[in-house]
Design a protein around this ligand. Structure first.
Ligand SMILES: *Cc1c(COP(=O)(O)O)cnc(C)c1O
Length: 453
């Protein structure tokens, strides 16, 4: 006979954000003194503080894991590195060495990919802002243009005529995947027929080579299921294209947006506990595609433009405590030498922060401020940390995605970025910015050259 489950008295507890809850607040129990064999102290001594550090080992591990997760479940998989997530050339090239193509959202990124040596036909050109000049370059290069809106579609048709080329295109499709608010500002909507309409227009023109369908349903998507829905809807469109026009699409591109291990602000549990594994996303997507009804020999390629989930946890920001003070309400405040100017993602994540030296086990709730002279420069509104002294060092985790590409040059120059290679040897992949870098594009009109005070 089945054992009766033991009764557990229910507990009702109000949850106050920022205060202790049933699960307690997470505290770091061990200092982080090393990154892949390189000492934090030595790195700061050599390259200054603050300092971004990227782990080559982690990046390679992440992309290999992701490839394995998808390739074991689906026969035709191609990753394309999302340049905007982190477009330091050294980082892009690690991904290219691992077989990733390039995914770009502007001509600036497109040119970076070309300079890095990505064959142009292996660049996926996304984004709503492609000028005629940009499109001309992409068409002449035979890159894949992912069309975002009707105006762009008409421009590509016109340019195809002028250039006597048949551009390879896909359309970006947005759709209801059960996640709200829906990202419907990019691409053509599935449910209201816009996507089908765009497909009809492309085929009726006779001037474009429709090769794929693209979606990027959102970012930091904690639901793997949503990708299954997106894959089914794109598969449905692809099958309709085959049925109506006899055209077999080469690929279905499910974009990026897989969550990293970061903790979203206001989240009850820490990110590492709630983020789906890459294999969860892979399972949903491959199951949807395999069950969609394609004959096996006609299965489309699955393209993925995963960004943050492959690089966030490979990035660390090292920093130093400038000072401590008490706020008027008695709370401890710690001022760091890095702020939201270089840690842009602190606007939406509660970053995990570890002291980089031994510490006592006494902890205190603190506010972590950056060094900028502005009120919004808060790195953590509420974090339980051992008391840190001026000069102590910290390691901020999961900062490899978007911080370097979105950093602001404000009040001071930006820090160096170091890549720790597979053997634990650091390499500067971007030196610290200088005043000359910042002033490079400036010009002073003659009449403003001189003044007397
Ligand atoms: C930003 C972006 C990505 C990468 O998103 P992540 O959240 O970093 O995975 C992929 N595709 C497109 C079209 C994007 O705009």
């Amino acid at each position: 006979m089945a054992q009766k489950k033991q009764y557990e008295r229910p507990i009702i507890k109000p949850l106050n954000t920022g205060l202790m809850n049933k699960f307690g607040t997470k505290t770091e129990y061990a200092p982080v003194k090393m990154i892949d064999g390189a000492y934090v102290k030595d790195l700061i001594k050599e390259y200054g503080s603050p300092l971004f550090v990227l782990s080559e080992r982690k990046i390679r591990e992440n992309i290999r894991n992701a490839k394995r997760a998808f390739e074991t479940r689906y026969p035709k998989v191609q990753f394309a590195w999302s340049y905007k997530t982190n477009y330091l050339n050294a980082v892009c090239n690690i991904f290219h060495q691992e077989g990733s193509w390039g995914e770009v959202v502007s001509i600036f990124e497109y040119k970076k990919a070309i300079k890095n040596g990505v064959p142009p036909e292996k660049i996926l050109f996304n984004g709503p802002d492609k000028t005629d000049d940009d499109l001309t370059i992409a068409i002449n290069n035979n890159s894949c243009i992912h069309i975002d809106h009707l105006d762009e579609l008409y421009r590509v048709i016109e340019l195809a005529g002028e250039l006597h080329k048949k551009p390879r295109v896909a359309i970006r499709v947005n759709m209801d995947t059960g996640i709200y608010p829906m990202w419907d500002r990019f691409g053509f909507n599935y449910e209201n027929g816009q996507a089908w309409d765009a497909i009809n227009k492309i085929i009726a023109s006779g001037k474009l080579d429709l090769v794929g369908l693209h979606a990027h349903i959102g970012t930091f998507m904690l639901s793997a299921k949503a990708y299954g829905v997106a894959a089914s809807k794109l598969a449905d469109l692809a099958l309709s294209v085959k049925r109506m026009f006899g055209i077999k699409l080469t690929y279905i591109d499910l974009g990026g947006g897989f969550a990293s291990k970061n903790t979203l602000k206001g989240s009850f549990q820490i990110g590492a506990d709630v983020t789906p594994e890459i294999s969860d996303y892979a399972e949903e997507i491959s199951t949807a595609l395999l069950n969609a009804g394609f004959p096996t020999e006609d299965l489309p390629y699955l393209y993925l433009e995963t960004g943050r989930a492959l690089v966030d946890d490979a990035g660390f920001l090292l920093g130093t405590v400038i000072s401590n003070k008490r706020l008027s309400d008695g709370r401890r405040a710690t001022i760091m030498d890095f702020g939201v100017n270089i840690l842009f993602t602190s606007f939406w994540y509660d970053h995990k922060i570890s002291p980089a030296q031994d510490f006592s086990h006494h902890t205190e709730e603190s506010v972590l401020y950056g060094p900028l002279c502005m009120n919004i420069d808060v790195v953590r509104e509420n974090v339980t940390l051992p008391p840190l002294m001026a000069g102590d060092q910290v390691v901020v985790h999961y900062v490899g995605a978007y911080n370097i590409t979105q950093s602001m040059q404000f009040i001071s120059t930006r820090p160096a970025v170091v890549l720790v290679d597979m053997k634990g040897t650091p390499h500067v992949i971007k030196r610290k910015e200088t005043i000359e870098d910042v002033e490079l594009g400036e010009k002073i009109p003659d009449y403003l050259e001189k003044f007397e005070l």
